[in-house]
Design a protein around this ligand. Structure first.
Ligand code: UD1
Length: 366
């Protein structure tokens, strides 16, 4: 079997790591195509080197652009590559513009498409990721769902026959890197200057357009982080740095200490060293949960609803509207008592993905 993975943005590289490792244990051919959606070394190269992912077989170098231009550029650039490679499966990951481009490029060539992390929904149509997920799920041939909730949502959209529960490959990599970090196999995380490495501190990230692209909202959110009672480590995504610069918003104020985006092992180490996480990232909400740290999510909804159980994750879309002391107690709240549920699988999802792809090849051929 020949499987061609299309990736392009940072979270997809994290998901690719366990999948590439699972393929390496088989006789299957695994081709990696990087669209180039993310191109800064801190968002791309460090994930290949840090997570021991084989270098991409093909790099399309599409770069940044409006959503339409970026998706279109990736679609056009993928067309000849897929036509030449003719894999048994095109495997697309998550919900970025590269995901949708990969799925569309494949169906236009009548190549079978499998969607890893299928069935997540925010039901927020303002999010570009929501369109990308829904459209990808509806054109894919095999839907690899990470959770039972995702299976349920796909069935509700009439996609049950194409759906398989695979488990969450992000749990595979997160738990593996956690074990390595705890075993002292990685140096301590490179935290922004002024953050005490032994804690206590909070780890924050902001990158969603809804939070970064309106100057008044961005200023209010940074103000809320600045008012927190603990130092706040803020590894800043390029979008956040660019928007803050454009709007003349100072990120490094009050409690906030700004740093560069973190490589994956540093991120896992930083979550483990933190007293809690404040974020609008989907992946980081789940990583906090998997690593046993409370998370406060600066969004009105989450796709990872399991993290809300027991109060591990709290949705706080407008922290600046909350009295400052209450906001501080909330973001730095203690971990909920009792055992944490384990809805994201057993850390072996990537191997299951390979088996599900193997099992579905004959069905497609017949
Ligand atoms: C993308 C995904 C989002 C994911 C995020 C992870 C879409 C629609 N969004 O958002 O789901 O959570 O990746 O990081 O696909 N930039 C750089 N260097 C880079 C890449 C981007 O400076 O290597 C800057 C550019 O100014 C660019 C902006 O960041 O315009 C946004 O990049 P883009 O890939 O369009 O979306 P993200 O916000 O990263």
């Amino acid at each position: 079997m020949k499987v061609l993975s299309v990736v392009g943005a940072r979270p997809q590289l994290v998901k690719l790591a366990p999948v590439a490792a699972a393929f390496a244990d088989t006789g299957h051919r695994h081709v990696i195509v990087h669209t180039g959606q993310h191109y800064d070394a801190a968002l791309s190269d460090v994930f290949f080197s840090g997570l021991a992912i084989p270098a991409p077989d093909v790099h399309l170098g599409i770069g940044s652009g409006s959503h339409g231009a970026q998706t279109g550029a990736a679609l056009a650039a993928l067309d000849p590559v897929l036509a030449e490679q003719r894999p048994d499966w095109v495997l697309v990951y998550g919900d970025t513009n590269s995901t949708l481009a990969g799925a569309l490029a494949a169906v236009k060539l009548r190549l079978p498409v499998a969607h890893l992390e299928a069935g997540l929904r925010s039901f927020n149509r303002r999010m570009p990721e929501e369109h990308n997920r829904v459209l990808t799920d509806h054109c894919a041939d095999l839907l690899l769902a990470p959770t039972r909730e995702a299976v349920r949502l796909l069935a509700a959209e009439g996609l049950g026959a194409r759906t398989r529960l695979a488990g969450d490959v992000m749990a595979d990599i997160c738990l593996r890197i956690r074990d390595a970090v705890l075993a002292g196999e990685h140096p301590p995380p490179a935290l922004p200057a002024g953050v005490p490495p032994e804690g206590p501190f909070l780890l924050a990230t902001l990158h969603r357009p809804d939070n970064t692209d309106d100057p008044a909202r961005l200023d209010a959110l940074i103000g809320a982080l600045a008012a927190l009672p603990l130092p706040v480590a803020l590894p800043a995504h390029p979008r956040l740095t660019a928007r803050a610069g454009e709007y003349g918003i100072d990120l490094a104020r009050g409690s906030v200490r700004v740093g560069a985006p973190l490589p994956y092992a540093d991120l896992v180490g930083a979550v483990l060293a933190s007293a809690g996480v404040v974020t609008d990232s989907g992946g980081l909400q789940k990583e906090a949960f998997l690593l046993g740290r409370v998370c406060t999510t600066i969004r009105p909804e989450t796709e990872w609803v399991e993290t809300l159980e027991g109060g591990w994750n709290l949705l706080v879309p407008d922290p600046h509207g909350i009295p400052v002391e209450r906001w501080g107690r909330l973001a730095a709240r203690p971990a909920p008592p009792g055992p944490r549920p384990a809805p994201y699988g057993d850390g072996r999802a990537a191997h299951r993905v390979v088996r599900l792809l193997e099992a579905a090849v004959p069905a497609l051929a017949s």
